[in-house]
Design a protein around this ligand. Structure first.
Ligand code: ADP
Ligand code: ZN
Length: 222
């Protein structure tokens, strides 16, 4: 199955994508993670992408779209994939449709996570990520802290705060881009009949793992 995870920063999109990937074997393809790995390794793509990422702006499509197209060509994505962080604009969604059409594929499900804004900002500020690029586990100091402070449960590496999560300016910029450029995708996919909206909030006692469980149950019941 080909799935897109949607949702503003801090809604738990990466968490849900990771859980679904673990249980289905379909790869989680996170454009943010691929960019960060390239930044860390100082590849040409990483150096270019970092110019935009540091300030919370979108990396241009000339860089992002071919990178996703190449990733979708890999063997592990042939039976299904979970896109996390792409598409983020209508233009990217249209390009994705073209890429998939060439392969006789389509998007089967778009999971749209919605969370009250004050809750997402709090979650971004308390988010910590594993510094080991092969692990990339995500924690939350309040909701899901590591067993030992500052250390990843899974691999023992140091936990860090993403650069773009520590600046209020960058957070606001990313949320603004989400509202103006990414949110219109909800209607785009609704029209295609593949949208599934899920509320994620401590207020309704529903978090990413609950959403992942429900989606998995439905996928298996197909
Ligand atoms: P967040 O959702 O918290 O902004 P991501 O890890 O998804 O974090 O992305 C980090 C950064 O990588 C973004 O701010 C942007 O600069 C870049 N990026 C990720 N995905 C895309 C995309 N589809 N198009 C353009 N830039 C992207
Ligand atoms: Zn780790």
């Amino acid at each position: 199955m080909n799935i897109i995870m949607m949702g503003a920063q801090g809604t738990g999109k990466g968490t849900v994508a990771g859980l679904l990937s673990e249980k289905t074997g379909w790869p989680q393809i996170s454009t943010g993670d691929i960019f960060r790995k390239n930044v860390e390794e100082k590849t040409e793509l990483g150096i270019e992408a970092n110019k935009y990422m540091a300030s919370g702006n979108l990396v241009p499509d000339e860089i992002t779209v071919p990178m996703v197209a190449n990733r979708l060509n890999e063997e592990d994505a042939k039976d299904g994939f979970i896109l996390d962080g792409f598409p983020r604009t209508i233009a990217q969604a249209e390009k994705l449709d073209e890429i998939l059409k060439e392969k006789n594929k389509k998007i089967d499900m778009v999971i749209n996570l919605t969370t009250p804004r004050e809750e997402t900002i709090e979650r971004i500020l308390t988010r910590r990520v594993c510094s080991n690029q092969e692990c990339k586990a995500t924690y939350n100091l309040v909701m899901h802290p590591p067993k030992v402070e500052g250390i990843c449960d899974k691999c023992g590496a140091e936990l860090v705060q993403r650069k773009d999560d520590s600046s209020r300016e960058s957070i606001n910029k990313r949320l603004e881009i989400y509202d103006t450029q990414t949110a219109p995708l909800v209607e785009y996919y609704e029209k295609k009949g593949v949208l599934r909206t899920e509320e994620v909030s401590t207020k309704v006692n529903r978090l990413g793992n609950n959403v992942a469980d429900d989606v998995l149950r439905d996928i298996k019941g197909e």
